[in-house]
Design a protein around this ligand. Sequence first.
Ligand code: AMP
Ligand code: GLY
Length: 419
Amino acid sequence: MNILLIGSGGREHALAWAIAASPLTDRLVIAPGSDAMATLGVCVDVDIEDHDALLSLADDEGPDLVVIGPEGPLVGGLVDRLEAAGHRAFGPRKAAAALEGSKEFARQACARYNIPQPGFTACKDMTSVRAAVAAAGGACVIKADGLAAGKGVVVADTADEAIEAAEAMLGGRFGSAGSTVLVEERISGPEASLFALVDGPTALFIGSAQDHKRAFDNDQGPNTGGMGAISPAPRLDEALQQQVMDQIVQPLASGLAEEGTPYRGILYVGLMLAATSPQVIEFNCRFGDPEAQVILPRLRSDIVTAMLATVEGTLANLSLRWANTHAVTVVMATRGYPEQYGKGSAISGLAEAERAEGAILFHAGTKIGHDGQVTAHGGRVLAVTGLGDNPASARATAYEAVDCIDWPEGFFRTDIAAG
Ligand code: AMP
Ligand code: GLY
């Protein structure tokens, strides 16, 4: 089977690793991929925002399945275009990818299906923002409706802070993504993420994870795309997991399918485990990064079979198996991330790191020269995954591998999965 994978980050390296290991995979083409992924498939340099170019690559390659890693192409309707041209694609069409592309759409859908979530008001002007902030009592959460590269959420302690954030968003800080702003009830509790394959009406749990979003130890510093993760999510026990499937994922899948906007692909459910019940914080329409780097290595079932069942609508006949392991991934980032950072610093010790038993190295932003020299070319640069019989041994393996890596320009958190 020929598979075309779209994306270039650590998540896509993990996807490429899992797809390449499938007995069903004969040929893997990755657009654009990366130097590190070139050992797993053929990388073709295409800009993932250029849907015309991606479509003509698919036409040329004639893949049996196109797998889309990042949210941008999904929210932008790439699956609709691929399907119209006769290709099979793993990932939701534009109308269902709006679960990530529009926070208002996601909140309205949850409200229709009685899915537990914080209270919210969608606002298009400051008059309604002020009223909603006052009704919330000042402390609340302000969100830009559209995609804002993870920066469109402000957890406000006071009304002034909330109003300032909403003014910036409505004033165009995130372009059209901020032309609607949500004012949400601020809830509290530990966070966890649950991932499910959804083929329209049927949803199948595939894993859980907890990520670490702040840049520095002890949850200090700015929010990032994720500095590390653990799977399974320590706080999401089996009973809670089932509760999330029954009260959130299944009603959402059934509701969207009945309304004629079926969701197909992987659904990422960001949760807050509030005292009453798990509440939806957000949905994403793709695997997490770095959550894929802890979920895929634990999966014993074939990922390509699972993706095909998702696309073909046969998930009801599939059951998944996992290794009896825990996984921890530690992200190594360039100093300065998530703000300003340089490019081109040298990294060594990767071969030693890969030799650590139970360690897997995923590249998120490296280049590899003809002489084999690895250099950093991104904010998040490596995701170092460790597997173990329990969370502590998985964590120890990940850090053992990290310690092999010599990269003076890099940094990482020392407390991933520490407690
Ligand atoms: P999001 O980008 O929607 O995941 O939001 C980023 C972070 O903001 C989440 O991980 C939560 O920590 C926090 N957050 C989002 N919505 C709420 C809410 N309604 N109440 C409390 N915290 C929230
Ligand atoms: N790690 C968070 C995300 O992938 O959105």
